[in-house]
Design a binder for this molecule. Sequence first.
Ligand code: PHE
Length: 334
Amino acid sequence: KKHIKEIEQFSADTAEAVEAFRIKYLGKKGLLNDFFAEFKNVPNEQKKEFGLAINQLKKVAADKVNDLKGAMESNVADTGVYGDLTRPGEPIELGARHPISIVKNQIIEIFSRIGFNVSEGPEIEDDWHNFTALNLPEYHPARDMQDTFFVQTNPDILLRTHTSSVQVRYMESNTPPIRTISPGRVYRNEAISARSHCFFHQVEGLYIDKNVSFADLKQTLQFFTTELFGKSKIRLRPSYFPFTEPSAEVDVYWGLETEADYRMTKGTGWLEIMGCGMVDPNVLTNCDIDPEEYSGFAFGMGIDRIALLLHQISDIRLLSENDVRFLEQFKSAL
Ligand code: PHE
């Protein structure tokens, strides 16, 4: 009876104290084992009462240990790592936008300010939209300018080599005035190196209306390069594309301030960033637009190389390797 009272009054708030209590009563050399050992010395007529008493004592002691342990565990739950409801939450880790997306969005935003919308088309294209409608008929030698991945031949289905194919689709289903830019992934069968890949990304632009001139083209590009690069000096070098006439290559004056500027521009300070020209009348005719009534210009640039330039990335392959150590560096760029 004395022991039962003592047990009932016992309380402990450390695991050590509970364990010491358990050993005292229920351990191998504990009080209860002593009582059980004594059982055989108890006179027969008291055996029943004594037995009941020690069994009750054992039960009370075991219950007490269980209660104390349980209380201690729920205590941990209330105040510990997972249980404290006032504890600030773990932040969800945010990803970063891909540098291609960052630059693509910048380009779209700049052109949207002067009235260009965004058009998209399929990456798997037919011959008409990628070549023939663009003044590149079968056996035209200029088809070799773009090494093509064919999905099937005769009729030819291929991975588009430029997003000019989207411009054809847009002209086929819209009437002038047309002001649209076409961002997207394109494919060319080129050797993979730090500078070029077998797939990359383009933004091509198209403007068709009455009386569109080469001066409009130049001024549009001037606006764009100033907005994107913060560098306003550009030059147009005569070039050739089957779908534009005249055609030009656009260089931005990058300057020769750093060693990198020398390397990137081969010591000239000028950096080639896109191709452009006045849409060839044959292309307009192919797309059911009357070249007597309308004229227009087109331009096209590679997003990947511009991203390398703007973010000082040394190798184009980094853009498609999905290495998180690379990607997470763009968290602060939106
Ligand atoms: N389609 C050309 C290319 O992929 C770029 C371009 C577009 C050139 C429009 C002139 C006009 O290289």
